[in-house]
Design a binder for this molecule. Structure first.
Ligand code: UT7
Length: 338
């Protein structure tokens, strides 16, 4: 078949501090029962005040490089996906590059939110197949906790999100037998910007009338906190994830029964159960991590992959099907043999 790309290494990192649902009850006027029933989340990890997104990304990256059996110097490109950057600019990928001490290699930031990691491996796959790069570090990393409204006003969103990072190395490989050899089979990427304001962070930004990107009004209205129309997002997430997963499998002539592990984005346990129900998937093959980490956006899928391997639910040679949905709206799917 020729030159392809494969996921050659995986790593993840979550900050040590755990917040159980009950730890949020008073702060957010919520309850463990509400959170568990509506989302499946039991706890999430939140950083200490000194930690940034690139700090989490660094830890996950070093683990992924080691897991791939590579040296840092073998990495020739960094792709970093996050919606919670260290700073507005430059991209967090540049801060990670400096922390990894890998000057001059290509760095690309991806802004596709929960779908960012699948966009990232898709771009990496294409760069590797083009022959221009050989070992690409693809990272999803998020520090949500510092950007959430931690008052009862924000409870509809703030209970959902956790901090963390996941990373993989996408490396060049020779694919002789697609049924056996480790490689990325396909990726499907989509977006519909007409729903951009159903899940977004309005401020700060240049779209506000006036000469300043920040104002007292923005702070008073809480526009610097994420806003979400949860029900609309839920319905679209189920529909689009099912749709793009089906399309990827169809394109590759793979049946759902052929898939060994489904790694879905983790926004709500009910979303993933619904996708499994709609598609008739064997739910025991759907690996969920939301219980322990909440929604870690771009970090979710590589973090999930690492945890699935750790749990013995994903082994070398297994066929993985992944799908994600998030702000944008964006959605994507990917199939790879690990
Ligand atoms: O990764 C990005 C993609 N994000 C998603 O996919 C999220 C998709 N959406 C969801 O997962 C769900 O819509 C949520 C979990 C966010 C919300 O669940 P819901 O069943 O849609 O609840 P709701 O927003 O309609 O709220 C129901 C009730 C409301 O009270 P009333 O009006 O019925 O009296 C809310 O005020 O629950 C109340 N509520 C809460 N109560 C306790 C909302 N948040 C909370 C909370 N604790 N944290």
């Amino acid at each position: 078949m020729g030159i392809g790309s494969r996921i050659a290494g995986v790593g993840s990192f979550v900050p040590p501090r755990v917040y159980e649902n009950k730890d949020l009850e008073e702060m957010l006027d919520t309850s463990h029962e509400w959170i568990i029933q509506r989302t499946g989340i039991e706890r999430r990890h939140w950083v200490d005040p000194k930690t940034s997104t690139s700090d989490l990304a660094l830890e996950a990256s070093l683990k992924a490089i080691k897991n791939a059996g590579l040296e840092k110097s073998d990495i020739d490109m960094i792709i970093l996906a996050t919606l919670s950057p260290d700073h507005d600019f430059p991209g967090t990928g540049c801060f990670l590059q400096a922390k990894l001490d890998l000057p001059t290699i290509t760095v690309l930031d991806i802004r596709q939110q929960c779908t960012g990691f699948i966009y990232g491996i898709s771009v990496a796959d294409k760069f590797v197949k083009s022959g221009s790069h050989k070992n690409i570090l693809v990272v999803g990393a998020e520090v949500h906790s510092k950007g959430l409204d931690k008052t009862p006003r924000g409870r509809g969103v703030s209970v959902l999100f956790g901090d963390g990072a996941g990373a993989v190395i996408v490396s060049q490989t020779e694919v002789n037998d697609p049924l056996v050899d480790s490689h990325i089979l396909t990726t499907h990427l989509h977006a519909d910007g007409s729903f951009a304001k159903e899940l977004w962070l309005p401020a700060p930004g240049m779209a506000f009338e006036g000469n300043e990107r920040f104002s007292q009004e923005i702070i008073d209205e809480g526009l610097h906190y994420p806003q979400m129309n949860g029900k609309v997002v839920f319905v679209h997430a189920v529909k689009r994830m099912a749709e793009c997963l089906t399309a990827a499998c169809k394109e590759m002539g793979v049946s759902f029964a052929d898939v060994d592990c489904f790694l879905f984005h983790q926004a709500n346990l009910r979303i993933n159960s619904k996708v499994a129900e709609v598609l008739g998937l064997d739910e025991s093959k759907v690996f969920n991590t939301i219980q322990d980490y909440g929604n870690t956006t771009a970090a979710t899928i590589p973090l999930g992959m690492d945890k699935a391997i750790e749990a013995g639910k994903l082994k070398k040679g297994d066929l993985v099907a992944s799908a994600a949905f998030g702000s944008g709206f964006t959605w994507a799917s990917a199939l790879w043999r690990y």
